[in-house]
Design a protein around this ligand. Structure first.
Ligand code: DGI
Ligand code: FE
Ligand code: FE
Ligand code: FE
Length: 187
């Protein structure tokens, strides 16, 4: 599957706004991957498909998480979490992507996790800082990403956790663990 084909496969599943976001994640992820010295083609595929399930019916996504016996907290901690693990499942089933690193980068792209590998980090951070993102704090995080991928991920996690807390929303435990992990092990 080449880049053009991948983009044609994802486009019908997204709104125009989400497609533009996806192109931003793709470009940003490629820059980060080059800096980190990892395989560009696989990062590009992960970026293009990272929000593949974003507009699936919530009930379909819940069914997938249940039937795969994945962490059921993906269902109970907020509907925004569903599309990440559901997306990993659906791109394997419907697109035929079997590369476990690509699937894992999609699976964890919203919450983060402990011990993230470089591809998981690149997709997580690119999703947060791509040029079309406008939320408060994003500019500082973009700036930090020029110096340190891990440092920028700490800022993204901290922003997300405080944003959720201010709205009285639950924080997925793995997101808090990811934050602690990066604080202890930041490179
Ligand atoms: O799909 P995108 O909008 O591109 O970005 P995303 O997959 O990072 O999703 C962002 C949303 O997910 C945002 O509304 C905050 C929410 N979120 C991120 N981490 C957590 C979370 N929600 C809960 N409840 N817990 C989390 O740890
Ligand atoms: Fe997402
Ligand atoms: Fe994100
Ligand atoms: Fe995204």
């Amino acid at each position: 599957m080449d880049r053009k084909e991948a983009l044609e496969l994802v486009k019908p599943h997204l709104t125009e706004h989400r497609y533009v976001h996806t192109l931003g994640v793709r470009d940003t992820a490629l820059k980060l991957a080059e800096k980190e010295g990892i395989d560009l083609d696989r990062v590009e595929t992960a970026a293009i498909f990272h929000d593949y399930a974003k507009f699936r019916p919530k009930e379909e996504m819940r069914q997938i998480i249940q039937s795969q016996h994945w962490d059921q907290k993906f269902i109970t901690y907020g509907d925004e979490l569903l599309h990440a693990p559901a997306g990993a499942y659906l791109v394997e089933q419907e697109i035929g992507i079997t590369d476990n690193e690509i699937l894992s980068a999609i699976y964890w792209h919203t919450t983060g996790k402990v011990n993230m590998n470089t591809m998981e980090k690149v997709i997580f951070l690119a999703d947060y800082i791509e040029p079309n993102r406008k939320f408060p704090g994003v500019e500082g995080t973009r700036e930090e990403a020029e110096h340190s991928t891990d440092g920028a991920i700490i800022m993204a996690l901290r922003n997300t956790i405080t944003f959720l807390m201010k709205k009285n929303q639950p924080v997925f435990p793995e997101t808090l663990s990811a934050y602690n992990d990066f604080i202890f092990n930041k490179k």
